[in-house]
Design a protein. Sequence first.
Lengths: 156, 667
Amino acid sequence: MEFRIRKDARDWFRDIRGDLALDFDAFYFCFIAGISERRKKDATTGETAELVENFPGAYKSRGRLLVGLFLSRELEYLGVGMNEKKTVHSEIARLVQPEAPNYLSDEGVKEFNKYSYGGYEVLLDWFDDRPRSLETFLRSFRQSVESSSVAPPTLR
Amino acid sequence: MVATMRILGWKAEGLRCPDHEIDCSNAQGDPLGITLIQMPNGTGKTTTLSLLRAALSGSAAKGTWDRARIKEFQKKDSDEPGGTFELRLALNGKRVTIIMEFDFEYGRVYYKTTRGHGQVEGFDPPIEFKRFMNEDFVHFYVFDGELADNLLDKDHTDAEKAVESLFQVHLLRRMGSKISDYWDDRTSGVTAKDQTGYTRRKNRLDKWRARRTELETQKAAYESDLKGVLKDLERQRERYDKEIQKEKDRSQRMEKAKATVSQLKNNVHESAQAVLDAMRDPQAMCSVFADAMYDLKSGLDRVKLPESAAREFFEELAEEDECICGRPIDAEIKGVIRQRAHHYLGSDDVSLLNSMKTAIADAVGVSRTEPANALSKDLGTLSGLMAEERKAQNELDELMHEAENSDPEVMKAREDIERLEASEKTLKEDLKKFEGKDEKVRFDRIGNVDPDRITSVETIREGIEILEVQVAEVTDTLTLRQKRDKLKRIVHKAHAKARESITNEIRTDANQRIEALMPHNSIRIDAIDHCLVLRGQSSGSAGENLSIGYAFLATLFNRADEHQLPFVVDSPANPIDYDIRPKIGQLAPALTDQFIAFVISSEREKFLPSLQKASNKEIKYVTLFRKGAGRHEAKALENPACVTTGDGFKIVDEKFFSEFQLDSEEE
């Protein structure tokens, strides 16, 4: 199963698309925004566009870390503490699929995408207008992530 | 080739009629011209005729009879699970045996056919006899006395049906419906099948095409304007540079400032790309993420996930008879091990989790804050470069402003450039609406989409492609429809023509036969239109009507050059007035080469003598009745020709036949 990006999110990035080496970058910024604000949202296939099945290009070496970040947020979202070994085990087994190019089961990809779908709405909250230059966007984005993210309580 | 069918006899066992065997052949085994079977009512005459029809038509094969219908053939008060009916035929002189095996328990009838190549399962008559041996047709030569009368009744269409079935004219009509079926099948997915549908689709396509032309024209005009603006802009910039260069010192300063701005722009770009790459590390984006990943790894370590043993280890252990500790593993323990093995991750899962933990350790194992700090530093550098670039740009702007203020020509050139740049921006913005794809357009409901609301050329083109397919589809359908109508007209005409010429021929033949049967009578068939229509009169006397009916059937079924079928008639004289009976008796031998009649004792009067008188062929007289008719039983048993079965008596003897007086089993 593939990662998918919201069509309106892809359009939002159109002015800096030339500076982003990959369409996956736009997806990633949405995902990070969703993870930061813990906002998940569902979207229909018609509202989204297919991206890739794997972690492409520069993300190849970061795929396992992103899965790790996703798992930690998802366990928190599900209210599963690390001391609940059986539940942790079964939830991880449900979300991962070692043979998949993105290491995620279909269900896992579905949940992963939901952070990206929700994350686009976070971007609309963070920014008054769509980005016009990469450098300005990167600085503002980082600032928003830092001021938004708080540590996940249940994992502590 | 002439198709000749003769019935040699049949045998019934375990069925509703008394067990019996009828032989319709002479001592040499050749089929007899006339066989008379006398059976009192209630003996199973109707059952026997139904069995004959089923055996001749295969109508009970392949589960077409339901359980209740099959049960009707079981002997009364019997719990025997099965019964058999065997029909022996001579088809073009070759023996063919059809066996029906009744299974009353499961409500099934199984056919077996024996002919040249041996016995086969199922109903399998020779192909050249199949058109006579089917359910629609068989009741025209295995019939009761009323059929001949019905042939002249306008409320019955038996005459026309008989002609249509026998000469298979009905196949042309069936072909007509097959053509319609084909059309329905081919066009089932097409919603528009007529001229209106075509016009609707064509108009829609034309509208979309008009919109494409409109958009392309608009786009071309904008592009042309933009080209002009860009050309003017280039010219004005050259003019601006030329004016600036008039003063050497200022020109040099400006060149230097421009180079600085350009260099800093590059630096900002490179720095931004480096920051972007650093931000692709989630642990750098925010130390909270680094903490989250690290906590996940530590948590997994704490609860020992993944375990050192993978699911496969336990699955393999369950296959062994002995545990690694030496204790035996019985079936119960095996089951428990297999069940609990599911609590462990598979080796692939283990490997993935381990590699994820390693990646986390490599990224944030040493410090959870360092990656974020490094990114902050990079962002600081980027901010510094951006500030420098802004400053250099301000300096350049200042120099330009100075030049513009000191030289009206430069100012003029600057103003022109600004005006043209504004035009360029507007035109580029205008052109954007033609680009890309309009994701909101629902092509699955293209009929409801107004193309005038679309500005994306790509979307309009995609819509046109879909509409062109739809128009082509309905165009194909229209062509196919014209072909269908033409073919149906041809088939309809062929059917009418074939029926007309066949019925004319049958009418002429039947009239010749009527003339031979009734040389002093001028009654004739005028037409075969649903029923037989008489010339100049609506009906004849009862005797005339029957003569005409039988003559017509004989014309159909006893055609010397085409086919010859037997007549199996139930009660040929029973419903007829006494004064007509001799007529039927006279007719029967002349109608067909094999006449098999089921009669009751009261039917003999007036019918039998005339039949005997008219026939120059050997007649077989069979009397069949069920056990329980006291005085007849005694008399039958005295007869040396008497054959006793489990529940009946059969006597093949003319004298016994003539003297037997029992119309009904109930008497």
